[in-house]
Ligand binder design. Structure first.
Ligand code: PRX
Length: 591
C-alpha cells in the first residue's frame, strides 16, 4: 500500500520584507556570530579607523601562530612598479602553517571526530566522509610522499584533479611542507595546462587517470602526457586512480598515488614547515585584460585570516552545520570556501564531483535533502539554468534544513534572486550575494547572514576593512544611482601580493593601479543607491563573464588568429539569459 507523504513541518522563522528590503529573522541575529546590523557597523567602523588593532585582534582569535607578528600592516599603493618591494604586507614577522591551522589544531578538541569533508561522487552510490583525524592522517602521508620526491619549501606543484577528496588532500599536503600549489581546473585543455605549468615552473604534477563529467570519463593523464613534452621543469607525476581507464606510466617519472601512500616510510607525522605570514601559499591563474592568464599569488597569513573570518561572519556558520559550496576547487571560490575557510573553522564542508543536472535536474536539491545541508553557496548561472526547468524538481525535495543561501561569481538578476528566495529558501533563508575576485582572495562586498539586510540584486555592504568607492572616468565620485568604476582604496588581508613572473610589479601596476593611481581598480561597474547599498553591474573592461567564468576577449582573439585560416578576429560579449554573458566572435578568413 502506498503511504501518503506527510507535509514537512517548517519551523524556520520567516525573512521579513519591508519595501523591497529583506531582513534576517531576529532569532538569527540574536544567535548569530555577528549580532545584527548595529554590531556590524561598530566592527566595520573600527576596522576602518583602527585597522591594525582590529585585524591584530582577529588574527589572535582565529589563527594559531608559531610566532606572533611584529607589525600588523605595511602598505603603499602609490609606488608600485617603481621599486621591487611588495605593495602590501600583513602580519610582518608572524609564523604559521596553514595545514596546522586547518587540521592539527582541531585534533585536540572534540572536532577531531567531526566530519571535515563529506564527498558525494557523480555516481550516487559513491560517498565518502573524512573526519578531521582521517584527513590529517591522509595529508600527513601525502606530505611525506611529496618530501620523498624531493619537493621542498618554495617549490611549485601543479594539481590537475577533479572534485575528489584527494584534491584538497594534495593542496593541504603542499601547504604542510611549504610547497606552492597551482590548481588547474580539470576541464581545461592541454594547452591551458601547458602554459600554466610553464609559467609556474612546477616540479611535480598531481593528477588522476580520468575524471567523470556528466556520465563520461574525461582522460586527464593523457592531457598531462601531452603537456609534459613542453614542460621540462616537471620531474614527478603522481596519479590517483579514479576511473580505472588504461593510461601510460613512464617509469621513474610517473607514480601511482595508492602505491606511494602505502609505502612504510611515508606513514606517520609530517612536521609542518614553519612559514612566514608573507610566504606564498598558492598561485591561481585567471584571465585579465592582457592576453595571457595571470598567475595570481596569494600569501599565507593574511589570506588565511581573511577566508577564516569571512566564512564565519558571512555564512554565520555554526559547528553543527553542513556547508556546501558547489563551485569547483579549480576556481578561487573552491580554494577559499570549500577548502581553507571551512577547514580553518573546523567546519564540515561538502564536496560534489558532478554537475547540477546529472543524472537529473534535481541533483542539487537531492543532495541538500540527503545530507541536510544548512548553508548552500552556488552561482547565479546554475540558479538561472535550474529555474528554467521548473519548480517541480526542487519541490520534490525536503529543503527545510537550509538556513543560509549564497551566490557568487556574477551579478544575480532580481528574478533569479527571488526564485532562490521563494522556491529554494521558502522565504525563510537569508541570501548572501557575495562579490569578490581571484585577486581579492576572499569576499569583499556582501551581506552578513545574521546582520545585514538584503535587496535582490545588490551585494549590500563592504566587509570589514574594505573601503569601496565608485568613481567616474576622471576619478571623481559618482552621485547616488550613477554607475561608475568600483575601486578599493585600502588593502585587505586576503589581497594578492603579486603576479607570478612580474618583475617589479610592472603588470600589477598596469592592470590594477594605473587607471586610478593609488587605488585598486576592480574592473567592475558599480553604483550606490540611496541606502548606501552597492550594486555590482558586471565588468567594464575587456573581460567577459560567461557562467561566472572569467574570459579575456584578447585571449580568445589570440586563440582564433592562431588558426591557419584566420586573418583577423574580434570578440565581444553579449547579454545571455542563463549564462549572464555569451560570446560573439567575428572572424575574417585568409584568402
Ligand atoms: O565581475 C565580477 C564577478 O566576477 C569577477 C571575478 O571573477 P573571478 O576572479 O573568476 O572570481 C569569481 C569568484 C569570486 C568580478 O570582477 N563577480 C563575482 N562575484 C560577483 C560578481 N559580480 C557581481 N556580483 C557578484 N556577487
Amino acid at each position: 500500500m502506498e503511504t501518503e507523504k506527510l507535509p514537512i513541518e517548517d519551523k524556520r522563522p520567516f525573512v521579513k520584507e519591508t519595501n523591497g528590503m529583506f531582513h534576517p529573522p531576529e532569532e538569527l541575529s540574536r544567535r548569530g556570530y555577528i549580532k545584527g546590523f548595529a554590531e556590524y557597523r561598530r566592527m566595520y567602523q573600527e576596522s576602518i579607523e583602527r585597522p591594525e588593532e582590529f585585524w591584530g585582534r582577529q588574527a589572535e582569535e582565529h589563527i594559531s601562530w608559531y610566532r606572533k607578528w611584529d607589525k600588523v600592516l605595511e602598505w603603499d599603493f602609490s609606488r608600485i612598479g617603481e621599486i621591487d618591494a611588495p605593495f602590501v604586507q600583513w602580519f610582518i614577522g608572524g609564523k604559521l602553517n596553514v595545514s596546522h591551522n586547518c587540521l592539527d589544531r582541531h585534533l585536540t578538541t572534540w572536532r577531531r571526530n567531526k566530519a571535515a569533508i563529506i564527498w558525494q561522487g557523480e555516481d550516487e552510490s559513491q560517498k565518502r566522509t573524512l573526519t578531521y583525524q582521517q584527513l590529517h592522517s591522509e595529508v600527513n602521508k601525502f606530505a611525506n610522499v611529496l618530501r620523498k620526491h624531493g619537493i621542498r619549501k618554495g617549490d611549485r606543484v601543479t594539481i590537475f584533479m577533479p572534485m575528489i577528496p584527494e584534491l584538497p588532500i594534495a593542496m593541504l599536503a603542499c601547504t604542510r611542507i611549504g610547497a606552492i600549489h597551482s590548481v588547474v581546473f580539470s576541464a581545461f585543455s592541454t594547452q591551458a595546462l601547458t602554459s600554466r605549468v610553464q609559467d609556474s615552473q612546477s616540479k611535480a604534477i598531481i593528477t588522476t587517470d580520468a575524471s567523470f563529467h556528466g556520465g563520461r570519463a574525461v582522460e586527464l593523464k593523457k592531457k598531462v602526457d601531452e603537456a609534459l613534452g613542453d614542460c621540462p621543469s616537471v620531474e614527478t607525476v603522481i596519479v590517483y586512480k579514479r576511473a580505472g581507464v588504461p593510461i601510460d606510466m613512464q617509469p621513474g617519472r610517473d607514480f601511482w598515488w595508492h602505491e606511494e601512500m602505502a609505502a612504510e616510510d611515508v606513514k606517520g607525522f609530517c612536521e609542518p614547515e614553519v612559514m612566514d605570514a608573507e610566504d606564498p601559499l598558492f598561485i591561481l591563474y585567471t584571465s585579465g585584460t592582457t592576453g595571457k592568464p595571470k598567475g595570481i599569488v596569494h600569501t599565507t597569513g593574511g589570506y588565511l585570516l581573511h577566508v577564516t573570518l569571512s566564512f564565519k561572519a558571512i555564512f554565520d556558520y555554526k559547528d553543527e552545520d553542513i556547508f556546501w559550496c558547489s563551485a569547483d576547487i579549480g576556481w578561487v571560490t573552491g580554494h577559499s570556501y570549500i577548502v581553507y575557510g571551512p577547514l580553518a573553522n573546523g567546519a564540515t564542508s561538502m564536496m560534489f564531483e558532478s554537475i547540477p543536472t546529472f543524472p537529473e535536474p534535481d541533483r542539487f536539491w537531492k543532495i541538500i535533502e540527503d545530507y541536510k545541508v544548512n548553508i548552500f553557496y552556488t552561482a547565479p548561472t546554475a540558479l538561472r539554468a535550474l529555474m528554467r526547468l521548473g519548480d517541480d524538481w526542487p519541490n520534490k525535495h525536503d529543503l527545510t534544513s537550509l538556513r543560509v543561501l549564497g551566490t557568487v561569481g556574477e551579478p544575480i538578476n532580481p528574478e533569479a534572486w527571488l526564485w532562490y528566495h521563494r522556491t529554494i529558501g521558502k522565504e525563510r533563508c537569508v541570501i548572501v550575494d557575495t562579490w569578490w575576485q581571484t585577486e581579492t582572495g576572499g569576499v569583499l562586498i556582501t551581506p552578513l547572514a545574521s546582520a545585514i539586510p538584503t535587496k535582490p540584486g545588490s551585494a549590500s555592504a563592504p566587509f570589514f576593512g574594505v573601503v569601496p568607492e565608485v568613481v567616474r572616468a576622471d576619478g571623481t565620485p559618482t552621485e547616488e544611482d550613477e554607475a561608475g568604476s568600483l575601486v578599493l582604496t585600502r588593502p585587505w588581508p586576503g589581497m594578492f601580493r603579486h603576479m607570478n613572473n612580474d618583475v617589479k610589479n610592472q603588470l600589477v601596476k598596469q592592470v590594477y593601479f594605473s587607471t586610478f593611481p593609488g587605488k585598486y581598480y576592480t574592473g567592475d561597474a558599480c553604483k550606490v543607491d540611496e541606502d548606501g547599498f552597492l550594486w555590482l553591474m558586471g565588468r567594464n573592461d575587456d573581460v567577459i563573464n560567461v557562467s561566472g567564468h572569467r574570459l579575456s576577449t584578447a585571449e580568445i582573439e589570440h586563440a582564433l588568429v592562431g588558426h591557419h585560416a584566420v586573418a583577423e578576429a574580434a570578440v565581444v560579449g553579449f547579454p545571455h539569459e542563463v549564462k549572464g554573458q555569451g560570446i560573439y566572435c567575428y572572424v575574417t578568413l585568409r584568402q
